[in-house]
Every structure is written in C-alpha cells, then in structure tokens.
Design a protein around this ligand. Structure first.
Ligand code: SF4
Ligand code: SF4
Length: 90
C-alpha cells in the first residue's frame, strides 16, 4: 500500500532536475560513423542490423550512413567484417 502511494505521489511530483534537461544526448558529443568504401565487401550486414535504418545502399552498391538518422549505437561497426565502418570520436 505504501509503495503504491509513493508511486502516485512521484507521478505528480515536479521534476527535480534542471528544467533545461533533455533526454537527448547531443549527437556532436557522441562521435559519428565513418565509412571506408575501399574496405567494403558489400555484405550489407550493417544495413540489416542498423536499428535506426540509417544505412542504405547507394546506386553503385556501396552503402551510405545517414548521420541525421544514426543514433550512434555502434552496432554496424561491430557487425562489419572488414572494419569498413568505424566510430570516430567527435
Ligand atoms: S551506429 Fe547504430 S544507428 Fe548509427 S548507422 Fe550504425 S547501426 Fe545504425
Ligand atoms: S558491413 Fe561493412 S563490409 Fe558489409 S556492407 Fe556494411 S560497410 Fe560494407
């Protein structure tokens, strides 16, 4: 019972954090994915595994990363068998 009351109280409580606080972490502080097409073997593991659908196949069959859609999860970097993708700091 006490637990339920606490939950209700917290639901209506004002935020204790900075009013300017944002859950969005500034992307410019998280690095970005860089692509070296000389190393790419066009396996598309990156395309298949990107949770943000930020990697697409170009008409020339190489890939491209949409920096706006990318959430910097690093999955494509881990999945790429040839290290054609890297996470570059800032
Ligand atoms: S870092 Fe994550 S979101 Fe960004 S392109 Fe790679 S898999 Fe997609
Ligand atoms: S996973 Fe690596 S090698 Fe495969 S398509 Fe993507 S960038 Fe190219």
């Amino acid at each position: 019972m006490f637990g339920a009351l606490k939950v209700l109280k917290n639901l209506f409580r004002s935020r204790q954090t900075d009013p300017g606080f944002s859950r969005e972490f500034p992307k410019e502080r998280m690095g970005r994915v860089v692509y070296d097409e000389k190393k790419c073997i066009k396996c598309y593991e990156c395309v298949r595994n990107c949770p943000a659908v930020a990697i697409s196949v170009r008409p020339d069959k190489f890939v491209q990363v949409d920096d706006e859609k990318c959430i910097r999860c690093g999955l494509c970097v881990r999945k790429c068998p040839t290290r054609a993708l890297k996470m570059k700091e800032k």
